[in-house]
Design a protein around this ligand. Structure first.
Ligand SMILES: *[C@@H]1O[C@H](CO)[C@@H](O)[C@H](O)[C@H]1NC(C)=O
Ligand SMILES: CC(=O)N[C@H]1CO[C@H](CO)[C@@H](O)[C@@H]1O
Length: 410
């Protein structure tokens, strides 16, 4: 019998790691030791210890200490956070106190499946990996039970990316004990920050715990405040963007009849490539999209306007030159016909037209350049002001706006 149990136990451990993700979300009780309804003749046969300890008319108080040991991945595109936590659950079961009196003085270790324990489910989780598949409970002589549960989990988080890459978001992990009711069970929760790794783009600024105010199932909530350190995004996004804008401004200093048009078109093309990779690197959202998206779109429009201006003026000049090249032959003929005659000098007319057209285009270009510099400077100042003072608060989620049912307001 013992050998069979051991074999079953090992099989369970072996299977445990290959379980589908959905099954790993709750801390599932292995089937072999759980009294199934088929081999129970009456409810009295359910072993006492696997039922929740009674606390009269009051709920049992389970004390939870949450040690956050790592936040190892933050994926803003998928809105997920991966973290490693340790939960230390402790409560009092006076029935065990009676049993462990006698010569036994030290705490005893009991397998977790002979005792009642809250079965926890993480609401925000995509997957949960409970690291120890068969944790042991430490029971002291007063009947205090202590369980350590280590878990790695990937959870959903609504990042506030309006100020990306200097964003800061609160990510929640809500633990529910679905197999008990609020009249049976109550949590008391504290958090301990045990994060030692600092080699991360996102750092944990704050760690809080609370019991959500309105709840139908016993639960507790851990809140991580994550802050983006922004260095990588500044180096890869802001610096190239600003450099391109500066290069475009300097391009305005080139004379119109040189290769300015090739220079501007190359800049616009390289900016388009940069822009598309930038847009792919940022997530989209129903509200409070990153301010940077608007900024880089304005930058794109500015580059487009300056390139268009160069193209238009160069086009006008080229037409003027063509017309000026066409006109000299009749002018020359006219000169031959009118040689020796007094009057207006026809040689001057085409040359003057060409010169005035060129000076007109250059004046327009100079005015445009000044307006453009002012426009660029204004756009930068407006952006800085928005960055400093504008805030954006996402609408509350339908479930948060009207808890426990009600019309979803989307
Ligand atoms: C029983 O309930 C009371 C009142 O809520 C609480 O102070 C006490 O700690 C509980 N006892 C146990 C064993 O949980
Ligand atoms: C010695 C003693 O008190 N034993 C008790 C241990 O707990 C079980 C289950 O509650 C009781 O049935 C025993 O009497």
């Amino acid at each position: 019998m013992m050998a069979l149990r051991l074999l079953l136990h090992l099989t369970f451990l072996g299977l445990g790691t290959t379980q589908p993700l959905a099954q790993q979300q709750g801390f599932s009780v292995p089937a072999f030791d759980w009294p199934s309804s088929s081999n129970l003749n009456s409810p009295q046969e359910v072993p006492d210890l696997i039922q929740i300890p009674n606390n009269g008319s009051k709920p049992l108080v389970v004390d939870v200490q949450v040690f956050v040991s790592n936040v190892f991945n933050v994926d803003i595109l998928r809105y997920t956070v991966s973290s490693t936590l340790l939960l230390r659950l402790s409560w009092l079961n006076t029935r065990l106190a009676l049993n462990s009196t006698g010569h036994q003085r030290n705490p005893v270790m009991l397998p977790w499946d002979v005792l009642w324990m809250p079965r926890l489910t993480v609401r925000e989780a995509l997957w949960v990996n409970w690291q120890d598949k068969s944790p042991q409970a430490r029971v002291d002589r007063d009947g205090h039970i202590e369980f350590d549960l280590a878990l790695t989990t990937e959870t959903n988080c609504d990042f506030e990316l309006f100020h990306f890459p200097r964003d800061q978001s609160d990510c929640h992990l809500t633990f529910f004990a679905f197999s008990n009711t609020v009249t049976e069970l109550e949590f008391q929760v504290h958090a301990v920050n045990e994060i030692v790794s600092v080699k991360r783009e996102f750092v944990v600024q704050d760690l809080k715990t609370q019991i959500p105010p309105q709840h139908l199932v016993p639960c507790f909530q851990v809140t991580l405040r994550l802050q983006n350190t922004a260095l990588k995004a500044i180096l890869t996004l802001l610096v190239p963007g600003e450099a391109l804008l500066l290069a475009d401004l300097c391009g305005g200093l080139l004379p119109l009849h040189t290769e300015r048009i090739a220079y501007k078109v190359t800049l616009l093309l390289s900016y388009l490539v940069f822009h598309s990779s930038l847009i792919q690197a940022l997530p989209s959202s129903s509200s409070c999209n990153p301010l940077l998206v608007y900024y880089f779109t304005v930058l794109l429009l500015l580059l487009f306007v300056s390139t268009t201006e160069t193209v238009l003026l160069t086009g006008l000049l080229a037409r003027g030159n063509l017309r000026a090249e066409d006109s000299p032959s009749p002018a020359l003929n006219g000169e031959q016909h009118n040689r020796g005659k007094p009057g207006p000098n026809p040689e001057e007319a085409p040359g003057a037209g060409k010169g005035s057209r060129r000076s007109w285009a250059e004046a327009a270009d100079r005015i445009f350049f000044q307006v453009y510099v002012v426009g660029v400077a204004c756009s930068q100042f407006i952006f800085i002001a928005l960055w400093m003072w504008a805030t954006c608060k996402s609408d509350p989620a339908p479930g948060a706006a009207s808890p426990h049912g009600g019309q979803p307001r989307l």
